[in-house]
Design a protein around this ligand. Structure first.
Ligand SMILES: C[S@@+](CC[C@H](N)C(=O)[O-])C[C@H]1O[C@@H](n2cnc3c(N)ncnc32)[C@H](O)[C@@H]1O
Length: 370
């Protein structure tokens, strides 16, 4: 999917412009000059002008520094002075019609004040993500009441807040089918879902654990109002555990997949934090544990080398691995030592579970060998 930077690049190319500069120090630190300048033009702050003297600083259409340009981004008030070559209306007319990414605040009143603050912060961070690819206006916040307006510290004039119900917003925008991001869904989000007019993320922060299964309710409300809802989940290797559940991270995962063509697992990895990775590790490690019974005592052992295996798809550091081992009361041993233990032990089923039993004498030998 095209980004705003792509649209801007094409618009400049069409006019035979190969580079552009700025007349001030703005944008010099920006990581994506094309994207950042294009956002300013789209929001009506400035335009591209032909300037009589080359600018001191300029970039080519890949964002690389070049020696100066006869085209410059400048505020619209420069209209009197310079000839405009790309105005906001023209760039706006070229936008491809990106979908809306709606943060649905239907459950706003179920939150504590602290949680409401977190919702607002995550909405702000979501705006930041969208303006890196599109314009930021694609971020709609529905059921946005006065309290949200007061608490939101982000650029409210650059997003699309909507005080009414989500279904009403959709109808006003001629959207009759949406994707609802829902961890409880049966189906996994896929490329085939990228054709809808809107993606809906629950504006829910779950610190108290009292909002279980609130996302499907958003879908039910929409369906009641006649909207077709595709409920889709995001998974990591087939499981929602380990997928970060913050609103902005869910949005980030969708954007990585949609715009950058990343696989779901790659996108999840990029937005994962060790906290989420540990959730998953807690589920994975017990599956790999071998039970040893030594002198009537049980030891659950996993291979130390599993750390390398898991760190390829979970964002864990060695300390996370050790933390989870401790929590689960597991012992990590090198593979070769496990092989030695296996040779000394014999399998036995105790209470329906497989154990490897080591006799006392052999255990002593093992300790000696260790
Ligand atoms: C913190 S979650 C809230 C989940 C809520 N407690 C529930 O049980 O339905 C915030 C939002 O992120 C999205 N989300 C979180 N994890 C997801 C996943 N694995 N797949 C799809 N969407 C997810 C959903 O839109 C959800 O409403």
């Amino acid at each position: 999917m095209k980004t705003l930077a792509n649209v801007f690049r094409e618009a400049l190319k069409e006019k035979g412009i190969e580079s552009f500069g700025v007349l001030s120090k703005r944008f010099r630190k920006s990581k994506s000059k094309l994207q950042d300048v294009a956002v300013e033009i789209i929001t009506g702050k400035g335009a591209i002008f032909r300037v009589p003297e080359k600018t001191a600083v300029a970039w080519d259409l890949n964002g690389n520094r070049v020696e100066g340009s006869h085209y410059a981004y400048a505020p619209l008030c420069m209209m009197e002075k310079f000839e405009p070559v790309l105005m906001p209306e023209e760039l706006r007319s070229k936008l491809p019609g990106w979908p809306y990414f709606i943060i649905d605040l239907y459950h706003w009143n179920k939150h504590t004040q602290k949680e409401k603050g977190k919702v607002c912060l995550q909405v702000s961070q979501s705006y930041g993500l969208l303006r890196d690819y599109f314009t930021g206006r694609e971020l709609a916040v529905t059921w946005a009441n006065d309290e949200f307006g007061r608490m939101f510290k982000g650029p409210i004039d650059r997003i699309t807040p909507y005080a009414g119900p989500t279904a009403e917003f959709l109808r006003e925008n001629d959207i009759d089918e949406v994707v609802l991001l829902d961890p409880w869904a049966e189906e996994v989000l896929s490329e085939k879902d990228f054709d809808v007019g809107a993606f809906i993320i629950g504006g829910i922060v779950d610190t108290g654990g009292n909002k279980k299964k609130t996302t499907p309710k958003i879908g039910e409300e929409l369906e009641k109002a006649g909207i077709k809802v595709r409920r889709r989940k995001i998974v990591l290797r087939g499981d929602v555990i380990g997928v970060p559940d913050r609103i902005n991270r869910i949005l980030g995962i969708i954007l990585k997949m949609m715009v950058e063509g990343k696989s779901m697992d790659e996108a999840v990895y990029e937005f994962q934090e060790p906290l989420h990775a540990r959730w998953r590790l807690r589920k994975e490690l017990p599956k790999r544990a071998i039970r040893y019974r030594v002198n009537g005592k049980t030891y659950r052992v996993v291979e130390k080398e599993l750390f390398d295996e898991y760190s390829r798809w979970l964002k864990i550091r060695w300390e996370d691995f050790v933390k989870v081992l401790r929590e689960l009361d597991l012992i990590a041993l090198e593979r070769k030592r496990i092989h030695r233990l296996n040779k000394l032990s014999s399998p036995r089923i105790i209470n329906g579970k497989l154990y490897r039993v080591i006799l006392l004498k052999k255990a002593a030998m093992l300790c000696y060998n260790c």
